[in-house]
Design a binder for this molecule. Structure first.
Ligand SMILES: Nc1nc2c(c(=O)[nH]1)N[C@H]1C(S)=C(S)[C@@H](COP(=O)(O)OP(=O)(O)OC[C@H]3O[C@@H](n4cnc5c(=O)[nH]c(N)nc54)[C@H](O)[C@@H]3O)O[C@H]1N2
Ligand SMILES: Nc1nc2c(c(=O)[nH]1)N[C@H]1C(S)=C(S)[C@@H](COP(=O)(O)OP(=O)(O)OC[C@H]3O[C@@H](n4cnc5c(=O)[nH]c(N)nc54)[C@H](O)[C@@H]3O)O[C@H]1N2
Ligand SMILES: [Mo]
Length: 776
């Protein structure tokens, strides 16, 4: 099977999101998985009590019983994982690593599930089978011969269960390092950093029920139609009951405009649809902080007027007085920011900001949601602090229908952090581990994703182990990241599917095939459940439903325990006996992690249990015990050093690029080459830009170009032969798909305080394509 050679087509999409288009697409995914009927049964168990947690996104479950709880893209995720195809020893004998490197990301994963452990010795050009015992032994030999435990890093992608994640961090820390980088470093890290300082918790404060009581919902820098499709239902219900749904997104995302409920027969048959928003604003890339400040500026103006004339005051003065600190300084910072600055930076005009401010003021229950459009900028932490400032002005945290909602990505990324997957762990966690296990726990901060790559490049990191994910492709600056991985002595990938991280290896490499969320996990005491935590802090059990494709695959907890036992023996726990019954792992979790008392009992409840959120109860676990306004001037979008270097070299940017997801992918997993809601078919190497910009730069619509990114170093960063698409996008901006555009993101371009690569703000220049047009 080759990559589908659907011809490239572009035609703007006119129909509503979800609805018939989604149903057709699900049917296609079923028929393509080689086991459609088995998977249909699995699909009906998605997110049901006694079923498994959807391996797609981290959106929570509606508390109402009896609903089908999967969406089009969840269906794709389930089908993709439950593939009937297998990648085994025979496959690797047939394909050398070099052959496989020539294939694209779609082809690699399409080959099916990894079914047996494989070893690459760095010489023969092929992976060869290896026994589990020998694989673990090889890992132990490498780890135990390092001169410092900090020469190893233990990466986690956000699908790992709580049980796997807890064991994994215990293994890394007992071994002696806090080097626990994770996908969150590239995702919502800024949300955690900002919220912890402002309100004393790194998590969102709202529950699913809050969406049913909100009077206004702001959706900033997020594309739920593709990435959190189940969110469209509460949004459309909110609009239908008269609540305001306000979108801030430079692109007109179809999934935020119109919606047809695929489970509503009348709507489907009559082809009716709902509006999904009541106002849609299109800010500049990275401009949200100025937009929010503009809204705050209107609020202060109206407050002054109300105080003079005795009208309704927009500010929640009693709340500010009782619960917050720093109000005066924040007010001074807003006063010091001129309208000119706000308008130029934010990209919206004063009337638009006034309208948004009016909506904000009229609502007595406001939720603000955000995702990667906010978190993947240089000043993401500052932007989320500003969002929090705005909510504090009207007391919109810790009451029904209101609060802060960072919408998480991977299905258990929030749970993994709760379990201690954290390269900068809080002292309380380390104290609790030390007390429970009676071993010294390292106290120095570990490396995050960017620092891991830097350490590899500097020859300071020699063993890299990944619990899931696709580090080679998800990270920035692909050429340098690949070079970094190749400098390692050993790279280990614990994975379900073949991807480029298995091919860009250290001197030696291991592939350890694991069970996924949909697979039945048999252990000595019977089939096991694992647990996960969603975006709303609900923890619940997940039971696999399908027979594993191969008896050689092992569960993630079993693989982690196997490695740990080979490296550490029975220190500090009898690793292998924990695997006989995962209830034993949960007993350890309950001893260490707050909120997990009576863990095994509480997961029996339908829907699981809620982890209390301190800020949601207006308890502020900050240093001063208050919710903090953060006052600052508007930050720059690129570091000053880069701005001046670009000026000096006379190489000003043509456009600013954001990288985003198509409708047919899950991060680096490419399900197909179409992006239905943006009207693109058959091609992923495209660059969306405004027609005026395309002409201004001397190109034509559909012409192929090279894209070069600009930075203050000498590194060449280029992707070749991208097709220009004239698109409804604000002038000066461009967009391209992740991960194809990742070679353009400089490793040094990351968020202040978050270290998140600035995947949504890359200065680029276009050049004529260096790839000859294919002659058909
Ligand atoms: N089907 C599917 N589901 C997924 C994923 C997937 O790949 N496929 N990935 C999962 C993961 S790990 C994550 S983190 C989430 C990601 O979910 P999203 O954050 O929705 O993902 P992106 O595609 O990166 O979309 C970013 C959106 O922000 C907008 N944007 C970009 N820059 C700015 C800006 O400066 N300001 C504003 N206001 N908007 C901006 C873009 O136009 C786009 O609509 O989804 C999760 N769910
Ligand atoms: N330019 C750019 N770069 C980005 C982003 C962006 O928007 N733009 N987004 C960033 C974000 S938000 C994120 S979260 C990261 C994602 O980074 P990662 O989480 O590292 O990447 P994924 O593509 O989700 O990983 C896919 C692989 O995970 C493995 N896998 C799937 N399911 C399982 C499982 O159950 N267990 C195990 N062990 N393995 C499994 C499969 O082998 C599959 O190939 O990428 C980041 N990179
Ligand atoms: Mo993510």
């Amino acid at each position: 099977m080759k990559t589908p050679v659907d011809r490239f087509r572009f035609r703007p999409y006119q129909r509503p999101a979800a609805g018939w288009g989604a149903l057709r697409s699900v049917a296609h995914a079923w028929l393509d998985s080689r086991q459609p009927f088995k998977n249909l049964r699995a699909m009906l168990q998605t997110n049901q009590n006694g079923g498994f947690d959807c391996p797609g996104c981290a959106w929570g479950e509606a508390p109402k019983e009896g609903r089908i709880r999967f969406c089009e893209n969840g269906a794709k995720a389930v089908n993709w994982e439950a593939s009937g195809r297998g990648v085994d020893a025979e496959f690797f004998a047939r394909h050398s690593i070099e052959d496989l490197l020539a294939q694209d990301d779609y082809w690699l994963e399409y080959q099916g599930r990894l079914t047996e452990p494989m070893y690459y010795d760095g010489n023969s050009g092929h992976y060869r089978p290896i026994s589990w015992d020998l694989a673990f032994k090889r890992i132990a030999e490498h780890l135990n011969s390092l001169s410092s435990p900090d020469q190893a890093a233990f990466y986690t992608s956000g699908r790992a269960s709580n049980e796997a994640a807890f064991l994994y961090q215990l293994f890394a820390r007992t071994f002696g390092t806090n080097n626990l980088p994770d996908c969150s470093n590239m995702c919502h890290e800024a949300s955690g950093v900002a919220l912890k300082g402002s309100i004393g918790t790194g998590k969102g404060t709202v529950t699913y029920e809050d969406f049913e009581h909100a009077e206004a919902i702001f959706v900033i820098g997020q594309n739920p139609g593709t990435n959190h499709p189940r969110m469209l239902e509460p949004l459309s219900e909110a609009v239908a009951r008269g609540a305001q749904v306000i979108v801030f997104n430079p692109l007109r995302e179809r999934g935020l405009e119109r919606f047809q409920a695929p489970q509503n027969a009348v709507q489907m048959l009559t082809n009716g649809d709902f509006a999904l928003n009541t106002a849609y604003f299109r800010p500049a890339l990275g401009g949200d902080i100025a937009v929010i400040r503009g809204i705050a500026k209107w609020l202060f103006q109206w407050q002054d007027e109300a105080e003079r004339s005795g009208g309704d005051e927009p500010l929640a003065k009693a709340f500010i007085e009782e619960h917050t600190e720093g109000f005066e300084r924040y007010r001074a910072a807003v006063d010091a920011t001129s309208w000119d600055e706000i308008l130029a930076y934010g990209g919206l005009d004063k009337e638009e900001l006034e309208r948004a401010a009016h909506i904000f003021c009229r609502s007595n229950a406001t939720i603000i949601c955000w995702a990667m459009g906010v978190t993947q900028h240089r000043h993401s932490v500052a932007t989320i602090q500003e969002i929090t400032n705005l909510q504090l002005l009207r007391g919109q945290i810790g009451k029904p229908g209101a609060g802060l909602c960072p919408v998480r990505g991977h299905s258990n990324v929030q749970g993994d952090r709760t379990m201690g997957i954290d390269d900068k762990p809080p002292a309380a966690l380390l104290d609790a581990l030390e007390k429970r296990f009676q071993i010294p726990i390292p106290r120095e901060d570990g490396v995050n994703v960017v620092q891991t790559i830097e350490a590899m490049l500097a020859d300071q990191l020699k063993v890299f182990i990944a619990l899931g994910g696709n580090f080679a492709q998800a990270t920035p600056d692909s050429d340098r990241t690949h070079e970094a991985l190749q400098k390692c002595d050993l790279t280990v990938q614990i994975s379900t599917k073949l991807n480029r991280s298995h091919l860009i290896t250290g001197r030696e490499a291991l592939i350890l095939p694991c069970l996924g969320r949909t697979d039945i996990d048999y252990q000595r005491s019977g089939p096991q459940a694992v647990t996960v935590e969603d975006s709303f802090s609900m923890v619940h059990a997940s039971f696999g439903q399908l027979q594993p494709l191969s008896a050689e695959m092992r569960s993630e907890p079993a693989i982690v325990a196997g490695m740990a036992e080979a490296v550490l023996g029975e220190k500090p726990v009898p690793w292998l006996s924990l695997i006989e019954d995962y209830g034993r792992i949960r007993e350890l979790i309950q001893d260490v992690i707050p909120g997990f008392e009576r863990f095994n009992e509480k997961i029996q409840a339908p829907g699981g249990f809620y982890l209390e959120n301190s800020a949601g109860k207006r308890q502020w676990n900050t240093e001063n015990g208050k919710a903090n306004f953060v006052a600052q001037a508007l930050p720059t979008l690129l570091p000053e050093t880069v701005l001046s270097a670009l000026d000096k070299a006379g190489k000003n940017a043509d456009l600013v690029l954001q990288t985003l997801r198509s409708h047919d992918q899950y991060n680096t997993t490419v399900y197909g080459l179409n992006d239905r809601y943006r009207g693109v078919k058959g091609e992923r190497r495209v660059l969306f830009a405004h027609l005026d910009d395309i002409h201004r730069l001397g190109f034509e619509d559909r012409q192929k170009v090279d894209v070069v990114s600009l930075w203050s170093d000498e590194q060449q960063r280029r992707v070749r032969g991208f097709t220009l698409i004239a698109f409804d996008i604000p002038k000066g901006q461009a967009a391209a798909y992740y991960p194809e555009a990742n070679p353009l993101v400089p490793l040094e371009s990351y968020g202040v305080g978050s270290y998140t690569p600035t995947s949504k703000y890359i200065a680029i220049r276009l050049e004529p394509s260096s790839v000859p047009e294919r002659i058909v």
